[in-house]
Ligand binder design. Structure first.
Ligand code: NAD
Length: 489
């Protein structure tokens, strides 16, 4: 049946449906970036909470700033903002219709978005706008000279970025004598709260420095660590839902069964009691972030490129290739895990075993092209900080430099068998050009200060990178991985 509130009971024959009445919900959160991850993570925790009969005044209103958000709004509006989420363990599949989102604001209508942000019932503004959405450079600093931010600084009443809209919303609340909302990033960025704060305060500074100071002193930006592997949706997923569960959903979400959310408990305007549905509240999220970003996201960023060079399409297929599985394990155990500070109640080796299991899940059909995209934003956040830490400690970086070399070799544009590689990266042109030059002159790839930062200044890194890249060109990916595994690279 076609998914809608009217057909929910019909859907209940094959999938779980909300235990709450949608009419009982009222908005408490505005969320920017209604992509797949939000619907598989934050929305699921809220759906679980609403199912207990509690906190029904914390429903989500979606928002967005990109044309793709307008398309998503149309798709979800046609089904009363319901989303089917298919959760898949290595040998179990369960589908559920979720209903914690009650509306999506008109994309591009700054006036409507600011009015909602100024509504006293809204106490949290959250976001999943990708790593690239924060206007930050390699050093992690906000870039106020970005044209979109400059434009919002010049037109603070008609902003177009998420940060300009948040500033305008906070200003409207202050003018109305309302307390500010809490701003909660759910993107995969170390210290996502701090990064978001820098973006909001930095944007405000361009039009009203005094108000920027007020935001810095009065608005809470809790840091959080989020985790649930959620691939992109394609025609395959839409068809599968119809065939297996008899539901026509315009944009369902498929994800793994595992999920984790660790949040700093810094919500002066109040928050839903998410601890009742498995969210861990901690005073400092840093150790959890380190663990997740470096072991999981770093792991993804490490296997993506050898797999692409070996013409492997799915992530679980990469994990079935002994060379890649062993490469990941050696890299994590020898170089990544040893420089991660201790994490409360967690054995890092066990955490990595769980990651291996999750990566090997054949059901979620996560793809190597998805992991390989956006490396210009991901390598500096997921891989190069481990490299930098080891260099600071005077420790070797054979494996991590090999990751950088594999990334460079990938950007030359052809796999080992000669298959064309399709890039999906805002910096693809400059990386491709540099990767071609790097075949003869490895340093040509290390010129990007915004990506490599201080790591490229290390002689040891340059030497290891050059040797790994030369080996990749001369001997191919398989042999290079084997040499690394044999400690002969
Ligand atoms: P998606 O492509 O389904 O959705 C991305 C969303 O971000 C869209 O709503 C898009 O409009 C918005 N967006 C992109 N660039 C933007 C910009 N410059 N300004 C404003 N909005 C922008 O992707 P997704 O799977 O939902 O992932 C989104 C983010 O969630 C990731 O980048 C990551 O930080 C986080 N995350 C994802 C996963 C996962 O497995 N997919 C896991 C953990 C965390």
């Amino acid at each position: 049946c076609k998914l809608s509130l009217a057909t929910l009971q019909q859907a209940a024959a094959k999938v779980a449906i909300p235990a709450y009445d949608r009419k009982s919900l009222s908005a408490g959160i505005v969320h920017f970036g209604v992509g797949n991850f939000h619907r598989a993570h934050q929305a699921i925790y809220l759906d679980d909470l609403f199912n207990t009969g509690e906190a029904h005044d914390w429903a989500i209103i979606g928002a967005g700033v990109l044309p793709s958000d307008a398309a998503m709004r149309e798709k979800l509006a046609a089904q009363d903002f319901l989303t089917t989420v298919v959760e898949q363990d290595n040998n179990r599949t369960a589908a559920r219709v979720t209903a914690p989102m009650i509306d999506i604001l008109p994309v591009g209508d700054a006036r409507a978005i600011i009015a909602k942000l100024a509504d006293p019932t809204i106490r949290i503004v959250s976001m999943t706008i990708t790593e690239g959405g924060y206007f930050i450079d390699a050093s992690g600093k906000f870039n106020p000279a970005h044209p979109a931010i400059v434009a919002d600084g010049q037109n603070p009443d008609a902003p177009k970025t998420v940060f300009g809209l948040i500033v305008a919303g906070l200003k409207a609340r202050r003018a109305a004598g309302l307390p500010p909302f809490t701003v909660m990033s759910c993107d995969n960025i170390p210290h996502n709260g701090g990064v978001t704060k820098a973006a909001v305060v930095g944007t405000a500074k361009l039009s009203d420095p005094a108000f920027a100071d007020w935001i810095a002193a009065n608005v809470a930006f809790p840091n959080g660590m989020v985790d649930r592997i959620t691939p992109a949706t394609g025609a395959r997923e839409i068809d599968l839902l119809k065939d297996v569960f008899d539901i026509e959903d315009n944009w369902p979400v498929y994800c793994e069964e595992f999920k984790q959310w660790v949040l700093e408990d810094n919500f002066p305007a109040g928050r839903p009691p998410l601890e009742k549905v498995g969210v861990t509240f901690v005073p400092d999220v840093t150790p959890y972030e380190h663990m997740k970003i470096r072991i999981l996201n770093g792991g993804h960023a490490a296997i993506a490129y050898p797999a692409a060079l070996m013409d492997i399409h799915f992530v679980h297929e990469a994990m079935e290739e002994p060379l890649i599985r062993a490469f990941l394990a050696k890299l994590e155990n020898d170089e990544i895990i040893p420089v991660i500070p201790p994490v409360p109640n967690t054995v890092l080796a066990d955490y990595f075993k769980l990651i291996e299991h999750r990566f090997a899940n054949p059901k979620i059909a996560d793809t190597i092209p998805r992991l390989a995209q956006d490396g210009s934003n991901r390598q500096p956040k997921f891989i190069l900080p481990s490299t930098a830490d080891r260099l600071r400690r005077g420790e070797d970086i054979v494996g991590l430099s090999l990751v950088s070399a594999l990334w460079c070799r990938y950007f030359a544009g052809k796999s080992d068998s000669g298959k064309e590689i399709v890039f999906n990266d805002a910096s693809a042109d400059r990386l491709h050009e540099a990767a071609l030059k790097a075949k003869d002159d490895p340093n040509a790839f290390l010129v990007f200060d915004d990506i490599f930062g201080d790591v490229a200044k290390s002689d040891l890194f340059r030497k290891r990178f050059a040797h790994a890249l030369k080996t990749l060109w001369e001997k191919g990916t398989r042999v290079t991985l084997q040499l690394y595994l044999d400690n002969k690279l």
